[in-house]
Design a protein around this ligand. Structure first.
Ligand code: ADP
Ligand code: ZN
Length: 520
């Protein structure tokens, strides 16, 4: 029998193990259960591929990444590993062939989509084979509290009941302490050893910048910091992915869109080009990148706010897998907060609570005046790190200012408008009133007669947007889901009564302007 190190050399052509790969592999080879927490790009695959090759029998890998199975299996076959997969993209004959190989012991690794485990025939087939171990990839998908729950993953509790003696290794890149506990409970991994690799990606520079003209800002970022580099730009909608890709191409940057609205062939072609060519930018919705292994992605840019810190870390983690400097850049503004606060109100009560929890954490990361990396590591349960020196807030610490009076002005305006009850008003009208602008809409509703009219002339339009954004982020103001109108929250009263101070972050993108003391 080959040792893990020999397999690493001979099959994969690598010199040595990374971080705690060796320990994990030895533990699983010896028959132990494991829960592996490793950042994206950390090298999780080898942690189950090598035990599968060393142990007798077939290693069964459960993965939700159906679209990638063919590629993964092809890549393994090219290395001489006997691999196959079973998922819904195959027809009956293709499945039969793989099943026959499995039963004949002609496979080292079998990749399985989780929904296959709901099919009795699959379970009967597995029962007839000789299984060396189960790997559960993207294990956070079993956690209902997590950001990427997949009901099919609940079926995985069956593995332990049906195969009590087969070792199981669960792997994820995005486990907060709560998610980790839930994975362990749902998969029955109480006896599993936990392996936590450092979550830090020190070569990634994190930056979150206030959004003013996103396309122009993105272009500036690419031209000044990443000319000719490969990278991924994430946006929320298919149409903006299309538009941004066109915009970049029109400005001389090789860019391709990638989203679920494109047919499978175009998507595969764009993905293949991204992997093979140098200096290509893919503008994608989150549909892109799960399991994509391109070591020299030099930047990941977000033009829209991700829904969770887990999602953000997973997406930005696709940059700089080769360990060389890379940038995680994001433009974030008031509109993102309004939109996400509204989206977070959709669905049933439990769903809403989860969404709000995830969004609050994401917004706190955007608005922090502290080191972003510390906040990220802390979020993933790695406490006690020092300011990193390689994020925007470390390099140019943002000023904070006492926004209590400004906040009171916004909240009183919202309260006045709400009292009218005839119609709900959004951010634009509220800020126009504070600024004392006699727009047609202001005059139409007689808002120039409100006591708050013009009380905010000491700040500019952009600054008021910054104040409203931060009040929304802090939950001191809310968005009414149907019309997007601003409404007060339980927290607003304390501010209005002067019982609560509101420290705000000064947005850095505008040149400093002379002003009176904010709020005075
Ligand atoms: P993850 O699944 O954790 O995101 P992968 O398993 O895809 O990461 O590994 C990321 C990259 O690192 C891959 O290109 C992989 O081949 C490479 N890699 C993993 N382990 C080693 C190692 N010990 N030596 C060299 N390269 C490695
Ligand atoms: Zn920092």
């Amino acid at each position: 029998m080959d040792t893990p190190l020999e397999v690493l050399h001979r099959v994969f052509g690598y010199d040595s193990f990374r971080s705690n790969q060796q320990e994990i592999i030895d533990h699983v080879v010896a028959g132990g259960d494991a829960l592996v927490l490793m950042p994206t790009g950390g090298g999780k695959s080898l942690c189950y591929q090598i035990p599968a090759l060393v142990r007798r029998g077939v290693g069964v890998v459960v993965s939700p990444l159906i679209a990638l199975m063919q590629d993964q299996v092809d890549a393994l076959r090219a290395l001489g590993v006997r691999a196959g997969f079973l998922n819904s993209t195959q027809d009956f004959d293709e499945r039969r062939l793989v099943e026959a190989e499995f039963l004949a012991g002609e496979l080292d690794l079998l990749y399985l989509a989780p929904e296959r485990l709901r099919v009795d025939a699959t379970l009967r087939m597995l029962a007839k084979g000789d299984i060396s171990m189960f790997a559960i990839d993207e294990a956070h998908c079993v956690a209902q509290w997590g950001h990427d729950f997949r009901p099919d993953y609940l079926e995985l509790s069956k593995l332990r009941e049906s195969w009590p003696d087969v070792p199981r290794i669960a792997l994820t890149a995005t486990a907060t302490p709560a998610t980790r506990t839930e994975i362990s409970a749902r998969l029955g991994l109480d006896e599993a050893r936990h392996f936590v690799a450092g979550f830090d990606r020190p070569n990634i520079h994190y930056r979150i910048t206030p959004k003013s003209e996103p396309k122009r800002q993105l272009l500036d970022f690419l031209r000044t910091e990443h000319p000719g580099d490969s990278g991924i730009v994430y946006c929320l909608s298919r149409s903006s992915a299309e538009k941004i890709a066109e915009f970049l191409a029109a400005n001389g940057i090789a860019a391709l869109p990638y989203h679920a609205g494109l047919d499978a062939r175009t998507r595969a072609a764009h993905q293949a080009r991204f992997l093979r060519e140098d200096g290509l930018v893919v503008v994608a919705t989150i549909a892109f990148g799960m399991g994509i292994d391109k070591p020299d992605v030099r930047f990941v840019a977000h033009l829209d706010l991700p829904k969770s810190v887990e999602g953000y870390y997973q997406e930005t983690g696709r940059a700089g897998r080769d360990g060389l400097p890379a940038t995680a850049w994001m433009a974030y503004g008031l509109h993102d907060v309004v939109q996400h606060r509204r989206m977070a109100m959709e669905g049933d009560e439990a769903h809403r609570r989860r969404q709000v929890h995830h969004l609050d954490a994401m917004l706190a990361l955007c608005e922090t005046v502290g080191c972003r990396r510390m906040m990220l590591l802390d979020y993933f349960g790695q406490k006690g790190s020092e300011p990193c020196g390689n994020c925007d807030t470390c390099q140019a610490p943002p000023e904070s200012w006492d926004g209590t009076t400004a906040a009171q002005k916004v909240l009183s305006a919202v309260w006045r408008l709400d009292k009218e009850r005839r119609q709900k008003f959004g951010v634009g009208q509220t800020v126009d009133i504070l600024l004392g602008k006699k727009t047609a809409k202001v005059l139409q509703h007689g808002h120039e007669t409100l006591t708050v009219f013009g009380v905010g002339a000491d700040l500019g339009n952009a600054e008021w947007h910054g104040v409203v954004r931060q009040l929304l982020a802090q939950g001191l103001l809310a968005v009414e889901p149907n019309h997007g109108a601003l409404v007060l929250t339980d927290g607003s009263a304390a501010v209005l009564r002067g019982q609560r101070e509101v420290p705000l972050r000064r947005d850095a993108h505008r040149p400093a302007r002379t002003r009176t003391t904010p709020g005075k």
